[in-house]
Ligand binder design. Sequence first.
Ligand code: GDP
Ligand code: IMO
Ligand code: MG
Length: 434
Amino acid sequence: MSAQNVTVIGLQWGDEGKGKVVDALAHRCTYVVRYCGGANAGHTVTVGGQRFALHLIPCGILHSHVHNIVGNGIVFDPPTALKEIAGLRERGVHVEGDNLHVSGAAHVVMPWHKLQDTLSEAALGAAKIGTTARGIGPCYSDKAARTTAVRVADLLDESVLREKVLRIVDVKNRIFAALYDAQPLDAQAIAAEYADYGRQLAPLVCNTSAMLRRAVLGGERILFEGGQGSMLDLDHGTFPFVTSSSVTACGVPGGAGVPPCSLGQVVGVMKAYNTRVGAGPFPTEQDNDTGNRIRERGKEYGTTTGRPRRCGWLDAFAVRYAADLSGVSEIALSLLDVLSGFDEIKVCVGYRKNGQDVEDFDPVGLDGVECVYETLPGWKEELTGCQRFTDLPPAAQRYVTRIEELVGRPVGLIGVGPGRENTIIHLTRVQGLS
Ligand code: GDP
Ligand code: IMO
Ligand code: MG
């Protein structure tokens, strides 16, 4: 069932190039669905030299026939979404109730969530997570707490919204004053502001999971667009240095409201090296000339926050774990062009701890691991003009083949530049591309 569908997820710590891959696959799809996270995501698509950075709106929006869905699993930030929609419209992109649908069950990031994110990080000092300050963790916390949550559907009924906002702000003001000595929030002003957002968003809000289940039954082609990366998953990532949602393919059914058999082909996006933004373990990090060189060639600065990303060699041991966890059927390998010019390229093929080989990757036990590296020959040629696998220099072909062996999956697509056209179609089994 649903073999025609595609799920695109990140296999590292986010920013793997999911936006570009979603854009490459979306033209054959009827629905593109975000199911996890919120405006912490920054997905870049470059079309005809124009760069689009999407945070809450699915990347399918750049294809005129696609229905774009913000699923129930998203934490939705109305002012950020409205600004993004206005920016897209200014650039001539159609964004209306007939091609963008927001779940009434999605939770709303409220001003107190962003405030709490910032205050909590500041109070943690050196122990901070390094969040994107988008209020993600506090909003998901309130979702789990239930009685202090606001959902998108609540924005549409001003009296319901006002009652909730007044009650919740009273609680938050007391907590923030006690913990952080913070100034009180103005509940009336917030209720009025968010009721206005509700009026603007009303044409987009609907029961998206019912829409998707109908699409599943009707055999329509759906693409599920992952946010973040598997190593940032709340359950399976490098806790507590993670985000607050289920970002792997395991999160799709819950976050979109579809049966687990709807996932279709699972495309795992991975960079040809590793990066991470924010704090937390990163065994292959190269805080040296190698890392600096990758950062400059790969323009490794955050799409959402502009922060420099930490850079290092590919950790194939961790990627294999992520691929196994999500049942990845094929890899989309991105940013291979960035590695041109290195004499040698290292790949981490396993870990050792306390003098012993580590058998299973364990995100709980990363303290004190040492990386076991394999060294492969590099190549000098620029790759961006390559259109076929056989156009790649032999050393680059060998690198790709070694990744397939280490991760245990075929490489379907290879990214050799940021543009829509800079993709080599290799061994993909995704319908319409193979
Ligand atoms: P996402 O969050 O997974 O969608 O990734 P981001 O958009 O945050 O970061 C990926 C960055 O790499 C963006 O600037 C993309 O334009 C860029 N990019 C994606 N694929 C390639 C590629 O194959 N080569 C190069 N040079 N850049 C790429
Ligand atoms: P995309 O979809 C990279 C990271 C943050 C921080 C941690 C927690 O563009 O790949 P949060 O604000 O979610 O509470 O921050 O997660 N993070 C990302 N890193 N890409 C992302 O999204 C990220 N979303 C969250 O840097 O370390
Ligand atoms: Mg990103």
